[in-house]
Design a protein around this ligand. Structure first.
Ligand code: HEC
Length: 270
């Protein structure tokens, strides 16, 4: 145990991170994706994040899925046609709906297909009612850039971010026991969004928090495209089992009714 605690302490910059609990349409057992929000997130991804990050496990055709961004067939075809995909022979060709999004264009930028599942925003028991919080984490990270704290040397590499845990951390920002005195750490990703980075087709004002939540929702969808179906199926199953349990209870009562002692007989026994 001691050794584990020591190992945890030695992890680089493992500081408390500040993750905001955003209110997403897909939160909770009854929540579902907001189609317009996913379309806005797709727009942010395409115009900003795709410069560095890939989505190599997502097929263009899934953009047409109901329970997702639900683009029309024409829109999906047009989207795919807007991307130059590798033709397998070292060259490029125009994309078609059955192709996949590209791999990351920047070496150190991770693929984002499953990122919302690979990160957590909530800790411990909170997860029981709030979920893992992958989308909360991504939105907090994108909107989590702050002026570097005074304790950090001016030339410390990276960008200070209060939601990012695993980046570089200047020793000068630790107290005598080695505990960080500021939340977050320094990430290598320069702030990708500052607000008004895109002009939303549906007219929604593109504030930084709006964009951050939209791209986070979109990345939640890429990581779990069938979430809506899963929830509907789960609720149907629970409903069915509840009815079945009630039926069995009633049948059981009916069957054993003739053998059940009446209340009066029971009292006599005592
Ligand atoms: C200029 C290139 C670039 C752009 C544009 C960019 N990123 Fe990144 N991103 C990076 C790099 C590099 C990293 C690795 C950062 C690190 O590990 O410190 C990264 C890391 C990430 C991570 C992983 C963080 C973690 O916890 O490990 C997420 C999530 C992410 N980016 C989301 C986005 C989103 C969303 C956008 C679009 C709004 C975006 N990025 C735009 C370069 C970029």
């Amino acid at each position: 145990m001691k050794r584990l605690a020591l190992a945890l302490m030695l992890l680089p910059g493992l500081a408390a991170a500040e993750v905001t609990d955003f209110s997403f349409s897909f939160d909770g057992p009854f929540g579902s994706y907001d189609r317009n929000q996913l379309q806005r997130g797709l727009q942010v991804y395409t115009q900003v994040c795709a410069n560095c990050h890939g989505l190599e496990y997502v097929a263009f055709r899934s953009l047409a899925d109901v329970g997702g961004a639900a683009l029309s067939e024409d829109q999906t075809r047009a989207y795919a046609a807007g991307v130059e995909v590798p033709d397998g022979a070292g060259g490029f060709r125009t994309g078609i709906p059955t192709d996949y999004f590209l791999q990351s264009a920047e070496e150190h930028a991770p693929d984002l297909s499953l990122m919302a599942k690979a990160r957590t925003g909530h800790a411990g028991f909170e997860r029981l009612w709030r979920g893992m919080g992958g989308a909360d984490y991504i939105a907090s990270y994108i909107a989590g850039y702050r002026e570097a704290p005074a304790c950090a040397p001016a030339d410390f590499p990276g960008f200070y971010n209060i939601a990012f845990e695993s980046g570089g951390f200047p020793p000068a920002c630790r107290d005598g026991d080695g505990n960080p005195t500021v939340p977050g750490s320094w990430t290598q990703m320069e702030p990708p969004l500052i607000g008004d980075d895109v002009t939303y087709e549906d007219g929604t004002p593109a504030t930084l928090t709006q964009e951050a939540q939209d791209i986070a929702a979109f990345l939640m969808w890429t990581a779990e495209p069938k979430q809506d179906q899963r929830k509907t199926f789960g609720l149907t199953a629970v409903g069915f089992l509840a009815v079945l349990a009630w039926l069995l209870f009633m049948v059981n009562r009916q069957i054993w009714a003739p053998y059940r002692p009446s209340r009066a007989a029971k009292d006599e026994d005592w």
